[in-house]
Design a protein around this ligand. Structure first.
Ligand SMILES: O=C(O)c1ccccc1NCC(=O)[C@H](O)[C@H](O)COP(=O)(O)O
Length: 370
């Protein structure tokens, strides 16, 4: 195809030098197979479409109207050593979540090259012992009679920009722990949240006892091993970006490593998908729509009503209300909806002393001092 012809089809032409053509690239990623899990991986290849429950509880039926796609390679055209890439709807991210996932995908290829899974696997015995994330949430909730707090160490976010200029992750984590947080969530994404795995490692190495959630966009099993090697006790699995087969497979890996898996949903369809998966014991309901950034805390209540709430109670699944919680009334609202834990970032991190702000958010001191 002539470069001039690209304009005719309305494509944007980008200029660069790249890998030679005919190098096959998968349209959708496949999870890395951990050395001891080849068998289950074979049964858990990443699917190209997400099958969702159609309401009759059998986990089959309708397709997700806007699944978060994996990167599609741009069509390339060579003129001498120069490569032209065409941007089309197929290889342009549709929303911020898709953009985050595509960037993560590119970043992961480099990280995996530097530290292949076999190497990473050998480092695991040196990682600090795993702590009981779910147990800490239950214990705190029983002790205070309020939802347990997962306090988030979050410098910035795509929706709010910089949340805290003067950001000392270890000091913030210490202050959260002293003031009653049951667990901590540490953002590790660098590009969009200005987080890092160094922060996770530093918090764990500083003697903080609260179990740590690695808050990351996990799309590959390799990341679970990496998170564990940096001291994580729990990882996040976001239903919006993972097919069911990957969630099942990743939960198995978590079990092997002793990690908790917080499986995050935003709407009824994601909740139904996740409830159809065996072994889920911790579900996060995100009040933030990660594609539009819209926040609505009544989302938590809606997803826990009726049959879904009944199934969750019957299976003793602990539910975490996530995002947009600013006042004691917000905490009471999600507690009355059925959550036993909350995940809070912005409303604490923006205060001068994020730890001291916990009592204000809960309407009482929830620290061990009480
Ligand atoms: O926070 C964002 O802007 C965001 C954008 C895209 C994907 C994820 C995002 N946030 C992750 C979270 O869900 C929150 O960090 C967490 O629930 C705490 O929320 P908040 O208390 O509202 O800071």
């Amino acid at each position: 195809m002539e470069v001039g012809a690209l304009g005719i089809i309305g494509a944007i032409v980008r200029f660069g030098i790249g890998a030679p053509p005919n190098c096959p690239q998968p349209r959708f990623l496949r999870c890395t197979t951990p050395p001891h899990m080849e068998e289950s991986a074979a049964a858990a290849s990443t699917s190209t479409v997400q099958s969702l429950d159609n309401g009759d509880g059998d986990g089959e039926g309708i397709q997700h109207p806007h699944p978060i796609r994996r990167r599609s390679p741009a069509a390339v055209h060579y003129v001498g050593p120069f490569q032209f890439r065409m941007e089309t709807p197929d290889n342009t991210p549709r929303n911020i979540l898709e953009k985050i996932v595509w960037d993560k995908d590119a970043q992961l290829s480099l990280m995996k090259e530097r530290k292949p899974l076999v190497v990473l696997h050998k480092l695991l015995p040196q990682a600090p012992p795993v702590r009981d994330f779910l147990g800490a949430l239950k214990e705190s909730c029983n002790r205070t009679g309020m939802p347990a707090l997962i306090a988030e160490v979050k410098k910035a976010s795509p929706s709010r920009g910089i949340l805290r200029e003067n950001f000392d992750p270890v000091a913030i984590a210490q202050s959260y722990e002293e003031n009653g947080a049951a667990c901590l969530s540490v953002l590790t994404d660098e590009k969009y949240f200005q987080g890092s795995f160094e922060n996770l490692h530093a918090i764990r190495s500083a003697g903080i006892k609260c179990p740590l959630l690695c808050k990351e966009f996990i799309i590959d099993a390799w990341q679970i091993y990496y998170a564990r090697s940096k001291g994580a006790d729990a990882i996040l699995l976001i239903a919006a970006i993972l097919p069911d087969s990957d969630i099942k497979y990743m939960i198995k890996i978590c079990k092997i490593l002793g990690l908790a898996a917080l499986v995050e949903v935003h709407d009824e369809r994601e909740m139904d998908r996740v409830l159809a998966i065996d072994g889920v014991n911790l579900i996060g309901i995100n009040n933030r729509n990660l594609e539009t950034f819209e926040v609505d805390i009544s989302n938590t209540k809606r997803l826990l009503e009726g049959e879904r709430g009944r199934i969750i109670a019957e299976r003793d699944i602990l539910v975490v209300g996530e995002s947009g919680l600013f006042t004691p009334e917000d905490i009471a609202f999600v507690q009355n909806s059925g959550v036993k834990a909350v995940l809070v970032g912005e409303s604490l991190i923006k205060q001068e002393d994020p730890g001291k702000a916990i009592a204000g958010l809960f309407g009482k001191d929830i620290s061990l001092r009480t």
